[in-house]
Design a protein around this ligand. Sequence first.
Ligand SMILES: C[S@@+](CC[C@H](N)C(=O)[O-])C[C@H]1O[C@@H](n2cnc3c(N)ncnc32)[C@H](O)[C@@H]1O
Length: 341
Amino acid sequence: MDRDPVYESITFDLWRSKCLVAAAELSIADHLASGPLSLDELAARCDCPAQRVMRLLRPLIGEGFFSRNQAGEYCNSEKTERLRSDHPQTLLPIALQFAWTRDQGWWKVADSVRTGRTGYQLEFGQELFEHLADNEKLAANFDRAMTALYSAETDGIVHGFNFGDVERLMDVGGGNGSTLVPILQQYDHLQGVLFDQDHVVERAKEALAESPVFDRIEFQTGDFFAPIEHRADTIMLRHVIHDWDWDDSQTILRHCRDSVGPDGQVLVVEMVVPEDDRPHPAKWLDAVMMIVTGGWERTEEQYRELFDGAGLRLDRVISATVPHARVSETIEILVGKPTTA
Ligand SMILES: C[S@@+](CC[C@H](N)C(=O)[O-])C[C@H]1O[C@@H](n2cnc3c(N)ncnc32)[C@H](O)[C@@H]1O
């Protein structure tokens, strides 16, 4: 049946998303990881009444999320394997990020649009990164959610940009290092610097202790709203600038420009919003930024202007193909070169 698309969007799309996120929060895919379970066994592992577990899963099963075998036992389906915590491309952290943050402030969209404040601030009285700094469990999950969302892009970056002439690459706002590590693995000569807030870097250092490139990474903590005292010939900012409004973005970029010096370069890795009206994931991500962090996804022209105000010239835009994309089939690497001393 073809349902009215407006009705579908405001009801079934929401219900499907909420049930799936709840199933993730109840660890159902993990409970089913070692094989099929009867409803009673599954409900006992979730510590929930059986009838309610059945009613949560029934509409999902109808759409291929989870399944039942001939004995009527519950199983993971191909789709829900990716909600297992041990799946190499797990989507669980993304679901938990929604579950634990009231959908990242998306209960307050109209208020956010009306007031100019983020939905996150309206919901929690704190901005996202302040909230994460105060909540270790949420922050550790956020790092993993960024990997789940964006790690497919790293291949595109590694192959889309030639790091052959780079000596020292600083990943500013580099999170858990899941971008820097594959680049260092691909380019043996490179020295890496992972720069982020102290709680993020502490977790990254611990998690990367066994990495074969650990010795080539310098772990540095700091705040990119203050001058960055560490030096590199190339700075990369992946999905950092889109978190911030115009003035904050220019402050970060200016600090990066000062850090790389007159002969360096600043790579901003983001999706560029097309000027026309065709559908593009960057347009949705821009709405996410408006509601969640107060940032923007920008057009190429807006990046050019943004760079210009930070003493950078937009030298070129490389559109890298992202195989097995989660968000977008291409990712743009915007190369900024310092214009002023
Ligand atoms: C959206 S995440 C992107 C992480 C990573 N670059 C990636 O692509 O997966 C933004 C990062 O900016 C960092 N960040 C936020 N505020 C910061 C600040 N004031 N100084 C340094 N890093 C900050 C966060 O801790 C987080 O790791």
